[in-house]
Design a protein around this ligand. Structure first.
Ligand SMILES: C[S@@+](CC[C@H](N)C(=O)[O-])C[C@H]1O[C@@H](n2cnc3c(N)ncnc32)[C@H](O)[C@@H]1O
Length: 302
């Protein structure tokens, strides 16, 4: 990551959510309020401009993106919206079950915690992100009003400061409480050794019954390459140029055992983690594709 610049991938996520919000068929799939709040935040930072929103609303722009996706990764933009919906639904379900802490690692410009703060004043919400990204977000949030008292922003570079150290500096974090931990589109930017350290720290810093919600990256599904070699090279190059190279891709059959070695039990049931089946089929959109490169993961702490 660039040491003094907001994460470019986080900015791209925000812009793609704004684009989805302008696609009449797909917008209802986004979590309620997610696009509106993200737009307010991003307009305030200057990372989203009114002219961009005009482009996103133009029918030709949507068609252009779909055509680009058809030749690269079909469903890539929608997958971002669906993974946000997944995190939102799963977090709310965990809160309904009594979890009282939410930690979002690499939160970027996501607004889940900001939205939950007033709905769940009794829940401690913590966002942890690279200092460069978080500085931009903090300035924007504070510019839009006082930070909710139960929302805490912590700037930390996870490759330099271990998660456990970052959490131990936070007086409000309680290790014995069942917590929801979200790492959406983050772990693929860490070396496997840092992912391992992250999971080990998470196990030590959360109470039994805590839940990890994350997304992971893969290049192949059912023994087949998910994209052609050229597209793979293009994705790798684009991320390297953005200063956020892809460092960890999951190999088939290895994630469950990897999580288990760190004390987390993965629930890979398709009705829960297959975004197409969970969201598109019930919405009457079975023909709409979802990218298979990034996929959501639920794992409970043993
Ligand atoms: C693709 S963005 C995802 C943002 C957000 N989770 C979302 O999905 O909207 C990746 C995030 O990981 C964060 N990140 C990358 N490397 C990091 C590091 N070494 N330490 C802390 N955060 C990091 C970036 O700042 C950025 O917010």
């Amino acid at each position: 990551m660039h040491p003094h610049q907001a994460s470019q991938t986080a900015v791209k996520v925000g812009r793609m959510v704004a684009l989805l919000a302008r696609q009449p068929r797909l917008a209802p799939l986004l979590p309620k309020g997610a696009a509106e709040t993200m737009e307010r935040l991003m307009i305030h930072t200057g990372l989203l401009k009114p002219w961009m929103l005009r482009f996103f609303a133009a029918p030709w722009y949507g068609r252009l993106m779909t055509s680009i996706e058809r030749h690269t990764v079909p469903g890539q933009v929608l997958s971002i919206g669906l993974r946000k919906r997944f995190m939102d639904d799963e977090t709310r379900a965990a809160l309904a079950k009594g979890m009282r802490q939410v930690l979002v690692v690499g939160a970027g410009l996501d607004t889940l915690c900001w939205r939950l703060a007033s709905e769940y004043p009794e829940v401690t919400l913590i966002e942890l992100d690279h200092p460069a990204t978080q500085a931009v977000k903090r300035e924007a949030l504070e510019g839009l009003g006082p930070l909710p008292p139960n929302l805490h922003l912590v700037g930390v570079d996870l490759t330099r400061t271990p998660l456990e150290e970052a959490l131990s500096r936070l007086a409000v974090w309680r290790r014995d409480v069942p917590s929801v931990v979200i790492a959406e589109a983050v772990l693929m930017y860490l070396e496997e050794i840092h992912v391992s350290a992250f999971l080990e720290a998470l196990h030590r810093c959360t109470g039994p019954g805590s839940r990890l919600l994350c997304t992971c990256f893969r290049w192949s599904v059912h023994g087949q390459a998910a994209v052609g070699k050229g597209v793979q090279r293009m994705i790798e190059t684009a991320l390297r140029l953005a200063g956020e190279p892809l460092l960890w891709a999951v190999r088939e059959g290895e994630l469950g055992p990897f999580l288990a070695r760190h004390g987390f039990r993965q629930d890979a049931s398709t009705e829960r983690v297959d975004l197409h089946r969970r969201y598109l089929v019930p919405a009457g959109l079975p023909e709409v594709p979802v990218s298979v490169l990034e996929f959501p993961v639920v794992a409970d702490r043993g």
